[in-house]
Design a protein around this ligand. Structure first.
Ligand code: CO
Ligand code: CO
Ligand code: CO
Length: 338
């Protein structure tokens, strides 16, 4: 529930998460709580009846791009993604907005319109929201959906032999840093922005026709960070084939030029001790695997044959998806990168 890419503030998003998480230790949950705070899953799940459970999540962050309308689209795609990552169908949403009253209200209007349009595309009704006067713009949504309680996709079900399928290319953190520094070319920017505002609905609908053992979305903690959470929760070890990791156009070149956001090093510090990297791999490529992703793709563990079928279907709808690795053995959640 707490994996927002944009909130990597001075303390580090993770330090804040740890502080909040501590509050929930030892909390006794109602037995209808199927997924609660403690398991680092994307959203909470609450059982309503035999066939339906409620999925709830909340995500908001400061602007990742200059265009307010596109920022609204990206923030909405990101917030909706946590419901898709649980295998759920989002139904309703509420806006959460911080906006300085000193700025022209047309900017606020554009952000909210971007969010509304993306929710409409997802078939989600925005029921309302709340706006606070604040010096730093932030926008996101609280999203409510439903899921079959017998098919909730958590982090913890990956099995030895599973393929790991990723539905979007990596590198939006590095490209948005390149945009801020004036280094990213227009076409590189456009591709990254399109990736961020792409809903994970299409990927979820394809995965929903397969038997998914574990699923999450790749966001602020990076590809390797979220994969580590999945491997740790599943008590398994993953082998990642770096040659198969999909990268956004231009991202590797920007990474080679040292265009790396601060969150990358924090992700490396946290997840790095659990990752064994082949000695000959390029540091610029490794940095892309630790790159914080605002509104990244779904990462699923499933049988190889099913993964191949899902990959073909994802490519057919224009997703830059790839089978990035395999679950190789039982273990305590480490990752081998080759
Ligand atoms: Co999130
Ligand atoms: Co998530
Ligand atoms: Co199943």
């Amino acid at each position: 529930m707490v994996d927002c890419a944009g909130c990597a503030a001075k303390l580090g998003q993770r330090a804040l998460n740890d502080a909040v998480q501590g509050l929930f230790e030892g909390v006794e949950y109602d037995p209808r709580v199927l997924v609660g705070f403690g398991t680092l899953d994307d959203a909470g799940v609450f059982l309503l009846n035999e066939s339906t459970a409620l999925v709830q999540t909340l995500d908001f962050f400061p602007p990742v791009v200059d265009d307010p309308y596109m920022f609204g689209q990206i923030a909405a795609a990101n917030a909706l993604s946590d419901v898709y990552a649980m295998g759920g169908t989002p139904l309703t949403a509420l806006n959460i907005t911080c906006f300085p009253s000193s700025l022209h209200p047309s900017v606020l209007n554009a952000i909210l319109r971007g969010g509304l349009d993306q929710c409409a595309a997802a078939g989600v009704s925005v029921l309302g929201g709340h706006t606070v006067d604040d010096p730093v713009i932030k926008f996101g949504l609280s999203v409510t959906g439903i899921v079959d309680p017998n098919h909730v996709w958590t982090n913890s079900g990956a099995r030895v032999g599973d393929a790991l399928l990723l539905s979007k290319a990596l590198g939006v953190g590095i490209v948005t840093t390149g945009i801020k520094r004036g280094l990213a070319k227009d076409d590189v920017q456009g591709i990254a922005i399109d990736s961020m505002r792409t809903l994970n609905r299409g990927a979820r609908d394809i995965l929903a026709t397969k038997c998914i053992h574990a699923c999450t979305d790749v966001t602020g903690f990076s590809f390797l960070g979220h994969l580590y959470q999945m491997m740790r929760a599943s008590n398994t070890v993953a082998r990642v084939s770096s040659a198969n990791v999909p990268l956004l156009a231009g991202a590797l070149e920007l990474s080679k030029h040292g265009c790396v956001p601060g969150g990358t090093q924090r992700n490396k510090d946290y997840t790095g001790p659990h990752v064994h990297v082949a000695a000959d791999l390029d540091e610029a490529l490794i940095n892309l695997m630790y790159d914080p992703q605002s509104s990244g793709g779904l990462l699923a563990a499933l049988d190889h044959n099913e993964a191949k079928a899902a990959l073909a279907q994802m490519k057919a709808i224009g997703l830059d998806a790839s089978i990035v690795g395999t679950v190789v053995e039982v273990g305590q959640g480490s990752i081998i990168v080759e």
